[in-house]
Design a protein around this ligand. Structure first.
Ligand code: BJW
Ligand code: ZN
Length: 252
């Protein structure tokens, strides 16, 4: 039972000078946003690894945009859950708290998190592919359209006429060096790292628990399933993030 491991985690969080949380798609699962690799992670029989690549976009930008528009409308209808809300409060209740996310859904911001590193970009922004570099807020686009109408819309273009793409880090693309450097520094400098709702398969984000562990931090995995890092963490809180995080907060 994860309630037993909780006592160790509570003690270490209370004593910590710095706590870092690293989240993945699992934190938003209870908000109704599908994860990438679990059941429901498929869209029209494509997996994320088929669509979230520069090659896929070069081959068929309409297909990729349809997928992102469909996801955007699902996310728009979702609400931050109890797990997101606890992490937003940790910013003011825990010393030196830093949140790092692989998620692009913006639910951490909607829950109130401000000190946030988004490693893989944000689905509510588009970016010009023609080299002018303009980044556009697309959070109002399609807001009034029903979910079904999102597919097949025009391809979005920049003010300069260039094709826009989602402002997201795809497979084989580099993360923003400033973002990953700050995330690694936070992992290296923390006393407790909470790894929440990630399959820990995608690098370099998956290296953060190893960095923290080597630097002497307690690494805590909060997940409904085992992952490749489970054998290497100091504590496992096996359960849904929207239940485990409020239970942790209540004990602090
Ligand atoms: C719950 C729950 C509940 C469910 N409560 N939990 C080193 C080694 C091997 C490979 C590489 C390497 N370095 C780089 C690579 C290549 C690649 C990579 O890692 N590939 C691996 C898959 C093998 N990495 C990259 O390409 C990265 N770029 C890079 O490294 O640049 C340098 C470079 C340049 C050129 C060539 C090579 C390297 C970029 C990675 C970008 C990832 N982007 C994506 C998609 C775009 C975003 C989008 O459209 O939304 O980001 S992939 C997708 O996976 C998405 C996610 O952020 C990411 C991570 O997924 P996550 O969050 O872990 O979700 P799931 O679904 O996998 O897991 C959910 C978890 O939640 C599960 O464990 C559930 O059990 C759990 N769960 N309900 C708690 N209620
Ligand atoms: Zn442009």
């Amino acid at each position: 039972m994860w309630q037993n491991a909780l006592t160790l985690v509570v003690d270490r969080v209370r004593a910590a000078r710095s706590v870092v949380a690293a989240t993945g798609a699992g934190i938003s699962a209870e908000s109704g946003v599908p994860t990438f690799r679990g059941a429901g992670g498929l869209w029209r029989n494509f997996s994320a690894s088929d669509l979230a690549t520069p090659d896929a976009f070069a081959r068929d930008p309409r297909l990729v945009w349809d997928w992102y528009r469909w996801r955007r409308e699902r996310i728009r209808r979702a609400q931050p859950n109890a797990g997101h809300l606890v992490l937003a409060r940790f910013e003011t209740t825990l010393p030196g708290f830093q949140l790092v996310t692989q998620n692009v859904d913006g639910l951490h911001q909607r829950a109130g998190s401000r000190r946030l590193i988004e490693l893989h970009g944000n689905i509510w922004r588009a970016r010009c592919t023609a080299g002018c570099g303009l980044v556009t807020d697309v959070s109002r686009e399609g807001a009034d359209a029903p979910l079904e109408d999102a597919a097949g819309a025009e391809l979005p273009t920049c003010e300069c006429g260039g094709l826009q793409r989602p402002d997201i880090v795809w497979f084989g693309e580099s993360l923003d060096p400033g973002d990953i450097d700050r995330a690694i520094a936070a992992a290296r400098g923390c006393d407790v790292l909470l790894v929440i709702g990630t399959s820990a398969l995608v690098y370099p984000a998956a290296a953060l628990p190893l960095v923290a562990r080597r630097a002497g931090a307690l690494v805590v995995e909060i997940n409904v399933e085992d992952t490749p890092i489970t054998p290497q963490v100091g504590a496992v809180l096996r359960g849904p993030a929207a239940e485990v995080l409020p239970a942790l907060e209540a004990r602090l």
